[in-house]
Design a binder for this molecule. Structure first.
Ligand code: B16
Ligand code: MG
Length: 217
């Protein structure tokens, strides 16, 4: 069967979490409270709106709908300033090697991310042309752990869900991949991503033999 590969963005291809953190921290400080790097862990893989809700919770702030939307826009404008400076040097180790491996074999590749800024980020780091389709926060209504994002990616690749492989760094993303009946591969801490079918610290640990096994399986 034809296989398809789906990559999450933040934490798998690039570490945009550090820029999300700076932008949320700027907003928190403007609102008069501290937002720590530890608290930022909760924001990984989570939609922008949900992050905003959690941030206000942390600050003990009740916002009107108007304030909520204004602050969310403000955070994103700030975030875009950070990502504007990104380039290929920010691609995580060996992501390029794995993408090349798949491209050489004509394997369809999708992005499956919660971010609404996915396309400009891929453009900035020069990886956009690898992706046959991009499914992101602009295309889905249900956030991970709902499998919608990955199921839509499979559909757009023209590959059956069972024949897709997902690379994810967030617990909710692994859960979404499992619900979609896809092969789930955790990138990061295997104790945190314990529900993943396979675990790798990063792509430097994933060799061609493993990738060939996925293509054959
Ligand atoms: P944006 P992923 C996620 O990316 C981030 O991990 C998460 O922190 C962020 O809130 C979310 O994208 C939405 O991003 O504000 O750019 O729309 O891991 O799903 O690629
Ligand atoms: Mg992620």
């Amino acid at each position: 069967n034809k296989k398809g590969f789906i990559f999450d963005l933040d934490g798998v291809i690039v570490d945009t979490a550090k820029y999300h953190y700076l932008a949320w921290r700027d907003l928190a400080s403007e609102l008069g409270f501290e937002f720590t790097i530890e608290q930022n862990e909760m924001f990984k893989g989570v939609s922008r709106k949900r992050c905003m809700e959690i941030l206000l919770d942390i600050g003990g702030i009740t916002a009107t709908k108007n304030q909520f939307d204004t602050w969310m826009v403000e955070k994103n404008v700030d975030y875009l300033k950070y990502i504007d400076k990104m380039d290929a040097s920010e691609i995580l180790p060996d992501v390029g090697r794995v993408l090349d491996f798949l491209k050489k074999r004509n394997i369809p590749i999708a992005l499956g991310s919660a971010s609404k800024n996915a396309q400009p980020i891929l453009e900035k780091v020069g990886l956009l042309s690898y992706f046959d389709t991009i499914v992101d926060g602009n295309n889905v209504t249900k956030a991970k752990p709902d499998p919608e994002v990955f199921l839509l990616a499979a559909k757009q690749l023209g590959v059956k869900a069972d024949d897709c492989v997902v690379f994810e760094d967030a617990v909710a993303g692994i859960e979404a991949a499992n619900k979609a009946n896809m092969v789930s591969i955790g990138i990061g801490d295997k104790n945190i991503l314990s529900e993943a079918q396979y675990n790798f610290k990063d792509f430097t640990e994933m060799d061609d033999a493993f990738l060939n096994g996925l293509l054959a399986g």
